[in-house]
Ligand binder design. Structure first.
Ligand SMILES: [Zn+2]
Length: 406
């Protein structure tokens, strides 16, 4: 089982890989929360591709919102004689296609053109499903002398992960000797590997004043005016309270951004009695998101006292991030060297503000690394995956399996 022979076989599989991505994308895989029927048909199709494994286990989880839908998770393994498994984690589900008029080719009718496959879920996360299957494909059963090879192809990544990776982690499918690679974020050329994520907090500020006619502001309390002044002050104070820059992260500092707001009044000559705005905050893992929420509430109380408006501050969403994954261990070195040997140089090690399945592993105390090649088109109309990336990612994963399993 020489690595060069395996890599040659992967290179020769370009057309088969393209055909498999195409067949898979034809099966819609949208969760009930987004108005879909789940990933069942796509999971059946993908299972057809999983030949010659020691075991292929399907873990169906009843959907929490629509009990008539089962959310399928697939765990395929080639057993090694040593402890632990090298897992590649990919997900079956997609977001909605969005505005169909924006799609030049139909989202569920994959189209191969100019070295790309266009279709919904091709890059996110079809590329990872098929590249990981072909990475494992040419390793013979009974010949792995170290760790096992594992593919976890999961449901429910785009909404909650509760019926996907979180369920599998809680159900004990993974262990301390396992290695986790999550190809669900990447940059062109595959030149970055993600080892850390920021905490995510959404805070809503609701300001109640008193509505009145535009000509008599003294008779009311302009909630929009209070809101605007308060917003400037809150941004300033939060940025001062969380000043640290960590060069691991892109961007290096915590970020505090006003995003959603509401329409106020329907006409120009009414002073609005109510306003609300939201902040999207990505906090470096060294800080505590609960402290931030408490501080935002303090600022709300201060502004309430200062202006006489009633101000309610609430955390709409709070996702804690696990500690950054270890980059000194031999398993990370093996991944780093595998990427380097296929793409020609070692990737930069970064932290990001977005969230992936890897965070669930980090929260459970495991190291997890996020890497793939791409990052150009996910969650957009005319999503595509580059055939070169499909093949090259499979070679990286095969190299990693060879280092850690043979
Ligand atoms: Zn994804």
């Amino acid at each position: 089982m020489r690595l060069p022979d395996i890599l040659k076989k992967i290179e020769a599989s370009r057309n088969d890989m393209t055909a498999d991505v195409t067949a898979m994308i034809r099966m819609p895989a949208i969760g009930p929360l987004n108005g879909g029927k789940g990933e069942g048909h796509r999971a059946d199709k993908v299972t057809e591709f999983l030949k010659d494994f020691d075991s292929v286990e399907r873990v169906d989880v009843k959907d929490m919102h629509d009990p008539s839908v089962m959310r399928p998770n697939i765990l395929a393994k080639k057993n090694g004689s040593g402890k632990g498994t090298v897992w590649i984690i990919s997900h079956l589900d997609t977001v909605l296609p969005g505005d169909l008029d924006e799609w030049k080719t139909p989202p569920y009718e994959p189209t191969v053109k100019d070295g790309r496959i266009y279709g919904l879920g091709t890059e996110d996360n079809g590329q990872a499903i098929i590249s990981s299957i072909y990475a494992a494909k040419f390793f013979e059963l009974g010949k792995l002398t170290k760790r096992s090879i594992g593919l976890a192809i999961v449901a429910d990544e785009e909404t909650t992960s509760a019926m996907g990776i979180e369920h599998l982690i809680n159900a004990g499918f993974f262990g301390p000797d396992d290695v986790f690679v999550v190809p669900d974020w990447g940059v062109p050329g595959g030149t970055m590997v993600e080892v850390a994520e920021k905490h995510l907090v959404w805070i809503k500020f609701a300001i109640e004043g008193k509505q009145t006619h535009g000509s008599t502001p003294q008779k009311g309390l302009n909630a929009f005016r209070v809101s605007a002044k308060m917003l400037v002050d809150v941004l300033d104070k939060l940025e001062k309270k969380y000043p640290v820059s960590d060069p691991l992260f892109r961007p290096p500092a915590s970020t505090v951004e006003p995003t959603k707001s509401i329409a106020t009044v329907g006409n120009v000559n009414t002073i609005p009695g109510y306003h609300e705005f939201w902040l999207d905050i990505r906090l470096l893992p060294r800080y505590d998101p609960d402290d931030l929420i408490a501080y935002a509430k303090e600022l709300g109380a201060e502004w309430e006292k200062r202006t006489g408006a009633k101000i309610t501050v609430s955390a709409d969403q709070r996702t804690r991030s696990g500690r950054p994954s270890d980059t000194e261990c031999p398993e990370f070195r093996a991944l780093f060297d595998s990427i380097s040997s296929v793409i020609g140089k070692g990737p930069e090690v970064v932290g990001v503000g977005g969230g992936t399945c890897a965070n669930f592993f980090r929260l459970a105390g495991y190291n997890a690394y996020v890497w793939q090649t791409g990052g150009g088109s996910l969650h957009q109309p005319n999503e595509y995956c580059e055939l070169d990336n499909l093949v090259s990612d499979a070679k990286v994963f095969a190299t990693l399996f060879h280092k850690l399993c043979v």
